[in-house]
Design a protein around this ligand. Structure first.
Ligand SMILES: CCCCC/C=C\C/C=C\C/C=C\C/C=C\CCCC(=O)SCCNC(=O)CCNC(=O)[C@H](O)C(C)(C)COP(=O)(O)OP(=O)(O)OC[C@H]1O[C@@H](n2cnc3c(N)ncnc32)[C@H](O)[C@@H]1OP(=O)(O)O
Length: 252
């Protein structure tokens, strides 16, 4: 089973990479190739809608603090090409979907056959603002990642405050995404958290992730959760991620 899935994954990758091929072909060969590709694609289940919801974009539940910080980082993101020159940028916003696998190369098919009902834990509550509202930005040199996080009322732990597991989830999400950007797909091997001050429900906090070092497949990251002005330290963490390949997830 795992081997078959790996073959399908590679097949999907080859289909997806075809439009990127730089080789020039004779027009008749090109038509033949397209026909073969379309036939191969038609044997696959219908693809998902290309118009996926990007959960990291502002919505009506975002408070003033969340919006202001979003504008602050977003204004430093890559700008449109102006004339021939690309404008300088300091941060890049990372889009966020409720089934990341779908948007990896070849993932549309894989996401149908592997747990098709699965959804990303932090993006599966329909009501905007009820649980995890967040957006991630990664720095130009990728040494840092920052997340603006607004904690909704469904994340209660101690009365009026955010559950420690929800905080751990967000730390894992931010540091894990950061490690993936730096390396390849990764899995969390170790997560070490110190909770210093409780986070009030409904508040907005900053989660900052910094690369400590990489060692072969290992990526070591440190992280802190603070109030938006940086004056209050809520949580500190360190994490170890190990780069994996798809066969690891398929039990190979
Ligand atoms: C592949 C396609 C995926 C496509 C995905 C597409 C897009 C993704 C994009 C965005 C994703 C969106 C959001 C991300 C959000 C959150 C991220 C969440 C991540 C998780 O929520 S993930 C779930 C919890 N996570 C697990 O479920 C892991 C269970 N576990 C394992 O799967 C294995 O355990 C593994 C893989 C960790 C390692 O296994 P392995 O066999 O590959 O490697 P090995 O054991 O040899 O370790 C290699 C070196 O790491 C050292 N090492 C290992 N573990 C250590 C530890 N605990 N402490 C200290 N050192 C450790 C060894 O000592 C050795 O070190 P050395 O090389 O120096 O000897």
């Amino acid at each position: 089973m795992a081997r078959t899935l790996c073959r399908i994954f590679k097949g999907c990758q080859s289909i997806c990479s075809l439009p990127l091929m730089k080789t020039r072909l004779h027009p008749s060969a090109s038509v033949l190739l397209r026909t073969v590709c379309v036939r191969r694609m038609l044997t696959l289940p219908l693809p998902f809608s290309p118009k996926a919801r990007d959960f990291s974009l502002p919505n009506s539940s975002w408070g003033a603090e969340m919006r202001q910080l979003y504008e602050h980082y977003n204004s430093q993101c890559e700008e449109e090409m102006k004339g021939e020159e690309k404008q300088d940028w300091a941060w890049k916003r990372l889009p966020s979907y409720n089934r990341s696998l779908k948007y990896a190369t070849g993932g549309v098919y894989l996401s149908k056959i592997i747990q098709s009902k699965a959804r990303l834990f932090t993006r599966n509550i329909k009501e905007p603002g009820a649980a995890f509202e967040y957006v991630l930005f990664v720095s130009k040199d990728e040494q840092k990642c920052v997340c603006i996080f607004q904690a909704g009322h469904l994340l209660e732990g101690p009365p009026g405050h955010v559950h420690g597991g929800a905080i751990a989830t967000m730390i894992d999400t931010v540091t894990g995404t950061h490690a993936s950007v730096l390396s390849a797909p990764v899995m969390t091997a170790n997560l070490n958290i110190n909770y210093r001050r409780p986070i009030p429900l409904g508040s907005t906090v900053l989660i900052e992730s910094s690369l400590n070092k990489t060692e072969g497949r290992k990526v070591l990251i440190s992280c802190k959760v603070t109030s938006t002005d940086g004056s209050k330290l809520h949580t500190e963490a360190t994490a170890l991620f190990v780069a994996i390949n798809v066969s690891h997830l398929l039990g190979g």
